[in-house]
Design a protein. Sequence first.
Length: 446
Amino acid sequence: MKSLQSRLHWGLAGSLMILMLFMGWLIHTGMAQVSREMMVSRLEHDAQALLASLQPPVQGQLILKDARLGSIYNQAFSGHYYMLVLDGEELRSRSLWDWTLEVPETGDADVVVTEVPGPDGQVLLQWTKRFERFGLPVTIVVAEDITSLQAALRRFNLYFALGVAAVLVVVLLIQTVIVRRSLASLRGIRREVQALADGEISMLSGQVPTEIVPLVEEVNHLLQLLAQRLQRSRNAVGNLAHGLKHPLGLLMQLLDNEVVKQHPQLVEEIDSNTRKILQIMERELKRARLSGGGVPGQRFIASAEVPGLVDVLQRVHHDRNLQISYEIPQDLEYPADRNDMLELLGNLLDNACKWSAGKVRVKMSLEDGLRIQVEDNGAGCDKEQMSRLLGRGVRVDENTSGSGLGLAIVKEIVELYQGEILFSRSPLGGLAVTVKLPWPEQGKPG
């Protein structure tokens, strides 16, 4: 689809071209008509003078007396000609020399005006009318060369076309300046949309042209709805987990009932499934605590978020006396949703805390995007176990609590950002998980 500026340019150019062509045709037609009417009027005047000067024929010959037409009718091929026809006899102007004008058929009182070829390559405007003189019909033909008039009209058309082209270029240049100035206000909204995508702002400002205000208001409204729905969704998950935890606890207490204990197989089945549900509830509660607040589209500032996340994890695993260290550049920022990054980091760190022997380390850097590495000093995994780690619900050690969904969730987030996950042996002795997220196109630094 063409840009608005291109549409305005072509629309104005087409409109001006049509207007100029119409004006050119109108002016050309008007000038030609006026010139023709003036020449016809002059020819009619000369014909009347010829008729008044016509004398009775003597021995069949026509005689003109004092026609007062000027010497131009006596100069050969002067461009002004006449011819009188009476009872088969012709009287021609000397300017015709040996050229004969064609006499068209005319009725009584009819005037015939035509363009006919003339001597010396001329084009003649010929006026013809039939009169009655001395009781006899007489036909008078008067003609004038219009070659110079036609040449003048052609020159006018050329000059007019050149003038139209010049005016069109000037108008388009002026329009370009006007359109660019008018659209300059849209660059501000474009920068704001860029900033919104980069997470630098959460809403669009209303400093836009009146025509764009409804669009900005609708976008802001959608952003508010998205943030509210996301928050309600996260709150609902937390509320559901909290709401189910108490009934499940009561169900666990029933296992101590003497009547229920009489059915060991039932007790075992209820205990196993209830504990699985509790583990899932704990995981969802932990995700809700790790994700926190915020709105979609925020820019993830690692130095501001990671310390709080580490503090939450240390309180969650307070009985392990973990040492969680981090190496993060002070100015590290990545254009991604804050909650996505907190969930990704939270699951990686939570997984490392579960498997560590007391030490967890996280490193972050910007290398063609965001690079995150989380290590622990636990037992680690062999290559076969590493290949299974990203499976949903897979756990390589059943002795460690958890649902086994943490790394699968990490995988989903990484795929969302078109990144990759790598597993290796950590220098600390345990597992090292490396996540690489590329720069989004709109958030890539210049």
